[in-house]
Design a protein. Structure first.
Length: 162
């Protein structure tokens, strides 16, 4: 993929540094990690609520960790080594046992509300909580009274008085 130079945009914009960094990182592979494991969905569940659902079959709550820091949500899974007490031989192993780390870029004012694991699906609920000061507000327009007499100001010269 071709690298795009955003330096001309840095000169004419203020505060969009993070956006350009995100766009620049889209074209770079994730250090050899597979981008398809584990599969996930991102849903919009309300006007300001979102849900990330990840298929983490075979993982326990203790083997998963969720961390939110500096606009990045990181979900890690590390399978603990099971001690086998018998002669178990797998004929086919289709359930993945590999460790993973998945990162999601979060927009400003998006915070993690809750996380739950049910039936092999990890649900992470997110809320976009915009501060009152940043919400759009309606400005009332004051109309001038219609019945008010209009005054015209002019200077009177002594010649006009006579």
């Amino acid at each position: 993929m071709r690298h795009v130079d955003f330096s001309p945009l840095y000169r004419s914009t203020v505060g969009f540094d993070r956006l350009f960094t995100m766009l620049d990182s889209l074209g770079q592979p994730d250090q050899g990690q597979s981008q398809s494991y584990p599969p996930y969905n991102i849903e919009r569940t309300g006007e300001n609520t979102y849900r990330i659902t990840m298929a983490v079959a075979g993982f326990d709550e203790k083997e998963l960790s969720i961390e939110s820091q500096a606009h990045v949500l990181t979900v890690k899974g590390e399978k603990s080594e099971e001690e086998r007490t018998g002669q178990t031989e797998f004929l086919y192993r289709g359930i993945a046992k590999r460790a993973f780390e998945r990162r999601f870029q979060l927009a400003d004012h998006v915070e993690v509300q809750a996380a739950s694991l049910k039936n092999g699906l990890l649900h992470i609920d997110l809320l976009r909580n915009i501060p009152e000061a940043m919400k759009p507000r309606r400005i009332a327009i004051a109309a001038e009274a219609i019945d008010a007499p209009k005054t015209i100001e002019a200077q009177v010269t002594p010649q006009q008085v006579n």
